[in-house]
Design a protein around this ligand. Structure first.
Ligand code: UDP
Ligand code: MG
Length: 306
């Protein structure tokens, strides 16, 4: 029996690009010899003609499945809905705007056949994006990687292939604030980069507003790093250390040449602030544990059992 590939395409107000996008994606999928494929479009509450186009495409092609949200839930949830419905032996996530060339899918599949559980597209170059987007993305990926407790590959988006067993773990992770690339990194498995040049958006404008981008950036850091919480603790300890050293210096001064009374007050204030920060940090540590419990991520993930 042929292996089934599921292509997952989130769409939000993409009427300008959707017909061309379908043509290129279905051609790229059909060109893969020896596989069956399904294309799952998730309409993320589009308010333009996207749904009308999707109805037409699905009506004409039996291998197209369309899920339509009641409103805009965001890209990460759209991809999740697609993954929930995918039946494939491998799932491929791709943007609708042709920035990720569908022709690269063949290379993702090749990497998968050679043993990769996750084959992720790594952007060598980004074409046709603003300096602002390139710069913020460059800095953000590096900051995220430095902060994250798990490796999150640099310059990598959601364009990737996931083996069925990886997708099954995703299905078990029902956390609300989803950051798929972080979840992928957290899972482990054999992860292989496939380098490609990210093209310009074929038509239409970006659907990732600054607000959505910031939200995603926070989801990445808060979901995969304990460092923001530890910051108060470390800083508080440093402040306490400085004020205690100051206290010793003041005692020595008072016993020898004497010191101005207001210096005691200043030192006491600094010490109290240090104590407050440490207390906040400790609360943070407890909150972290609560966060870990409520997210209910799997305790461990088995890759293989003999
Ligand atoms: N998208 C979505 N919901 C949103 C925003 C975007 O489903 O709220 C889809 C969009 O249609 C596209 C993909 O997510 O297929 C990536 O969005 P976009 O190309 O606008 O982001 P950019 O490439 O500019 O970061
Ligand atoms: Mg895009």
């Amino acid at each position: 029996m042929k292996k089934l590939l599921s292509l997952i395409v989130p769409v939000y107000n993409e009427e300008e690009v959707l017909p061309a996008s379908y043509e290129r994606m279905s051609a790229a999928m059909a060109a893969l010899e020896g596989y069956d494929y399904e294309i799952i479009y998730v309409n993320d509450g589009s308010r333009d003609g996207t749904m009308k186009q999707l109805r037409k495409i699905a009506g004409e092609h039996a291998d197209v499945h369309v899920v339509s949200f009641s409103r805009n839930f965001g890209h990460q949830l759209a991809v999740t809905a697609g993954m929930d419905r995918a039946k494939g032996d491998a799932l491929i996530i791709i943007d609708a705007d042709l920035q990720d060339p569908p022709e690269v899918i063949a290379r993702l599949v090749e990497a998968w056949e050679q043993g990769a559980d996750i084959a992720y597209g790594k952007r060598l170059k980004r074409e046709g994006e603003t300096i602002f987007k390139k710069l913020t993305a460059f800095c953000y990926y590096r900051l995220l990687n430095a902060m994250s407790a798990y490796p999150i590959p640099l310059d990598t988006g959601d364009f990737r292939l996931l083996d069925r067993k990886v997708a099954d773990v995703f299905l078990k992770m029902r956390e609300h604030n989803r950051f798929l690339r972080g979840m992928s990194g957290w899972m482990g498995f054999t992860s292989v980069p496939v380098e490609y040049v990210r093209h310009e958006r074929q038509a239409g404008k970006t659907k990732y507003t600054l607000k959505k981008m910031l939200r995603l950036a926070f989801d990445g850091i808060l979901g995969f790093s304990y460092k923001p919480m530890s910051l108060a603790l470390y800083f508080g300890c440093a402040v306490m250390g400085v004020s205690l050293a100051g206290l010793i210096a003041l005692i020595v001064l008072a016993a020898t040449i004497g010191c101005a009374p207001w210096l005691w007050a200043v030192d006491a204030l600094v010490l109290l602030n240090g104590i407050t920060l440490v207390a906040i940090g400790i609360q943070g540590a407890y909150l972290n544990r609560v966060y870990d419990e409520v997210r209910q991520r799997p305790l461990y993930i088995v890759a293989e059992e003999l």
